[in-house]
Ligand binder design. Structure first.
Ligand code: NAD
Length: 363
């Protein structure tokens, strides 16, 4: 199969759909991989690396879309790419169709087959192509939180690890899923005292088993949240209700109960956030302050570490890309039920229930 890796066109998106290692694996299996010139530069991969791996470099995005049977990328096609998508072409990327009617209409009109990373689902309900980005964001949350706790960055002026003779900082984590566990691991590694809350006892038991004793678990309810926000320095929001807006576990009135300079990193911002005062921010302007509480709520945290994120993404997408390239989408999705759940649009026709429901009257 011919596979194309275009350069991402979304503003400030430095990730790329495939690493040179992925290109090497595909060419080893007899496939032809076209890479747009400079596609990997933002992630630290250069044209020479792709060439060495067996890729063929093309100058323009139009050439890549024009010649490839399958396009592998990171973000959904942008309006300037809509016209480049070919009938019968496979597009394998994050789409998030339900949040964009223009994108959905454009892909229907293109008659392409769209397989969405975010809906590939294992039989235990986990989302293998979303997990690595939650891992990145969970780990980054502590790094960012530690930075904004510094006084010049408007925080309380607390060093998370403390020093001999001074107690360590306290980190409160809401949600013990992928983001929560990774954040807890990083915070514990720095020596902070960590409290993690969830409503899922299985997750709390797991954390209790695997984490060191300075990570404590508690059941998530309003009473406990109100108690802990008063004396914790850094609060991480990592709650997810599948397919729904995140619940507002911290309401506006609660900010007054926190100490000035407390930092909230609401990773769940992409689902509306689990703090009432959360609104999306960007890497250029990541924080704002309400009632002396620092809010960090960047909606695409992994974008700040494109090298790590690109490698982590290719690690999990490559086995599916190989299956699609070796077998074609119809056979590959027949054989792999997880990949089948990724099918959102087939040759211009919506096949995914969530998207049909979202646009039943309009597309
Ligand atoms: P997950 O499903 O692994 O974990 C969510 C956890 O929240 C679950 O353990 C669940 O039991 C728990 N939960 C549900 N209701 C709760 C409540 N009332 N109190 C406490 N816990 C509760 O999800 P995840 O992969 O960890 O993702 C968490 C959020 O982070 C998602 O919204 C995801 O989209 C987001 N995310 C954001 C970025 C970013 O760049 N901002 C990157 C990756 C993921």
């Amino acid at each position: 199969m011919t596979i194309g890796i275009p350069k991402e066109v979304k503003n400030n998106e430095n990730r790329v759909g495939m690493t040179p290692a992925g290109v090497f694996e595909l060419t080893k299996h007899g496939h032809i991989v076209y890479v747009q010139s400079n596609a990997g530069e933002g992630s630290g991969f250069f044209d020479s690396d792709y060439k060495k791996a067996g890729g063929l470099i093309l100058d323009t995005i139009g050439q890549v879309y024009g010649i490839s049977e399958m396009i592998v990328k990171v973000k959904e096609p942008m309006p300037e790419e809509y016209g480049l998508v070919q009938p019968d072409q496979i597009i394998f990327t994050y789409f998030h169709f339900a949040s964009s009617e223009p994108l959905t209409k454009a892909m229907i009109e293109s008659k392409a087959t769209c397989i969405a990373y975010e809906t590939v689902e294992d039989d235990d309900g986990t989302l293998p192509l979303l997990t690595p980005m939650s891992e990145v964001a969970g780990r980054m949350a502590i790094q960012q939180g530690a930075k904004y706790l510094e006084k010049p960055a408007k925080g309380r002026g607390v060093l998370l690890g403390g020093v001999p003779g001074v107690a360590p900082g306290k980190v409160l984590i809401l949600g013990a899923g992928v983001v929560g566990v990774q954040a807890a691991k990083m915070a514990a590694g720095l020596g902070a005292q960590v409290t993690i809350l969830d409503i899922n006892m299985k997750r709390l038991r797991y954390i209790n088993d695997v984490m060191p004793p300075h990570v404590i678990t508690e059941f998530s309810n309003e009473f406990n949240i109100r108690k802990y926000i008063q004396n914790h320095d850094l609060i991480i929001g990592g709650v997810l209700l599948k397919g729904a807006k995140a619940p507002n576990l911290i309401t506006r009135d609660m900010l007054k109960e926190m100490r000035p300079g407390t930092v909230i990193v609401d990773v769940a911002v992409d689902q509306g956030g689990c703090v009432e005062t959360t609104r999306p921010t960007t890497h250029e302007d990541p924080i704002y302050i309400i009632d002396d509480v620092v809010h960090y709520s960047v909606a695409n945290m992994p974008g700040a570490v494109p090298y790590t994120s690109t490698v982590a993404l290719t690690n999990v997408t490559l086995p599916y890309v190989l299956k699609l390239a070796n077998l074609g989408w119809a056979n590959a999705t027949d054989k792999d039920p997880a990949l089948k759940k990724g099918l959102n649009i087939i040759n211009g026709e919506i096949v995914y229930d969530g998207i049909i429901e979202a646009f039943q009257d309009s597309v």
